[in-house]
Design a protein around this ligand. Structure first.
Ligand SMILES: Cc1cc2nc3c(=O)[nH]c(=O)nc-3n(C[C@H](O)[C@H](O)[C@H](O)COP(=O)(O)OP(=O)(O)OC[C@H]3O[C@@H](n4cnc5c(N)ncnc54)[C@H](O)[C@@H]3O)c2cc1C
Length: 404
């Protein structure tokens, strides 16, 4: 039998995962004079921050409240968001040289448009505050000991055992496996008999297959401002037609509330009434063809694509009441039954995760396992598109740092 050599360390906590949550946790712990060690599987920290927002990092949202988060317990995130607010995020980054600019709908990006500036803030602060970061260090398992935890980590093919009184699981979720996403957070929770809220890809494009697919494919690249809804929620943003179905912000948003087999509905002309608009146009321009009229509202391509569903060759004056009703139904109540979603390869976040029932909302410590903390995406708190997920990652990292 081989003896297991465990390195006793002086760290107050081992943080597993050097993403948004883990980095914020290390820095905030450092401000409190605590020492942490980040173990990061990849060869660098902050990989998802670097690709976020198209490489520009939408690091928070001016209008974030607990209302834009999905969880089995919608109240769970309130405590963390009251401890670390959007203003805290903004002033934290301002203090370290990152001014924010709002792009749209409260979405805040660095003025430099460079996500790498955000990551650099954490790398510099970790160095200044003496917080250790080990990259290429994949944690295999966390074990409970009498006075804390032992973590088995693989570094350059060698196993090491490191111990500390606290362990923070900030290992993210399942999206983008090719970037090294793991189920480590979920696995560790299960290992300690903690419940998991069902997981699924979220903020993800939706696919259309079968006889309808060519209709969407012909429109690939067309983007339309819409209201997209189901029986739970509605979003007003652009949709984007693609070769395989639908994407764009409104679709990504609704995908987080969509379940396989369900339909979604699209109002292709939100806040206006197509029947009234046609009536008005008819008064001065009755000879105009419906095709030309629709092309003026949308693109020519989109108007042409509607020719299999509407009498686009007729002029406006000759449209019957029934035809206008059908047109109105199609424009304002366009029903789509997605075949599926594009999966974790294309999802921005994971829905579900470590059940909030298992964690203290005030400290994010596991109720059954004192000293074990969960933060960021591996917890069942999933934000909307638009900087909300980082706000949760920063807030949960901050909260944990206060309690390790
Ligand atoms: C393409 C894309 C764009 C996005 N854009 C935005 C955006 O603009 N705004 C926004 O708010 N959100 C955005 N998100 C979501 C956001 O990136 C995540 O919500 C956020 O990164 C979650 O932070 P985290 O710290 O929980 O996890 P992560 O940032 O994923 O970090 C987890 C880390 O843990 C490491 N790890 C995993 N397992 C182990 C292990 N066993 N041992 C050691 N290390 C391990 C991983 O390598 C990873 O570095 C985007 C996501 C994607 C995929």
């Amino acid at each position: 039998m081989t003896t297991k050599l465990t390195k006793q360390t002086h760290f107050d906590a081992i943080i597993i995962g050097g993403g948004a949550c883990g980095l914020m946790c290390a820095v905030q712990a450092g401000f409190l004079g605590k020492r942490t060690l980040i173990l990061e599987k990849a060869d660098r920290v902050g990989a998802k921050i670097l690709i976020s927002g198209g490489g520009r990092c939408n690091y928070t949202n001016l209008y974030a409240t607990d209302q834009q988060f999905i969880s089995q317990n919608p109240h769970f995130s309130k405590s963390a968001f009251s401890q670390w607010t959007v203003e805290d995020t903004i002033s934290f980054f301002e203090t370290y040289g990152i001014e924010g600019k709002e792009k749209t709908l409260g979405q805040l990006f660095p003025v430099s448009d460079k996500a790498k500036d955000v990551v650099q803030v954490f790398i510099d602060l970790c160095a200044d505050l003496d917080q250790d970061i080990w990259c290429n260090a994949e944690v295999k398992i966390v074990e409970k000991t009498d006075d804390g935890f032992t973590v088995r980590v693989e570094i350059d093919g060698k196993q090491e055992y490191i111990s500390a009184p606290n362990v923070v699981i900030a290992a993210g979720g399942l999206p983008i496996p090719k970037m090294g996403a793991t189920d480590f957070g979920l696995r560790t929770a299960r290992q300690f008999d903690m419940k998991i809220a069902d997981t699924a890809p979220a903020l993800v494009p939706l696919t259309i297959t079968g006889k309808d697919q060519p209709w969407y494919e012909q429109l690939s690249g067309n983007s339309i401002f819409c209201r997209v809804w189901n029986d739970r929620i509605s979003f007003e943003e652009n949709i984007l037609f693609t070769h395989w179905g639908l994407s764009g912000p409104a679709i990504l948003q609704i995908s987080s509330y969509w379940k396989p087999g369900e339909s979604i509905y699209i109002d292709l002309l939100p806040n206006q009434n197509i029947a009234d608009l046609i009536q008005l146009e008819k008064e001065t321009n009755g000879k105009k063809m419906l095709l030309a009229y629709l092309a003026s509202l949308y693109t020519r391509k989109f108007a042409e694509a509607l020719s299999d569903k509407l009498p686009v060759e007729k002029n406006l004056a000759s449209l019957t009441k029934t035809e206008i009703e059908d047109l109105s139904e199609l424009i304002h109540n366009f029903k789509v039954k997605p075949a599926g979603d594009k999966g974790y390869d294309k999802a921005e976040v994971m829905r579900g995760g470590v059940s909030t029932d298992e964690l203290s909302s005030k400290t994010l410590e596991a109720k059954k396992v004192p000293g074990l903390f969960f933060g960021g995406e591996c917890v069942d708190v999933t934000g909307w598109l638009g900087g909300y997920n980082f706000q949760w990652a920063w807030a949960s990292g901050f909260v944990i740092a206060q309690n390790i």
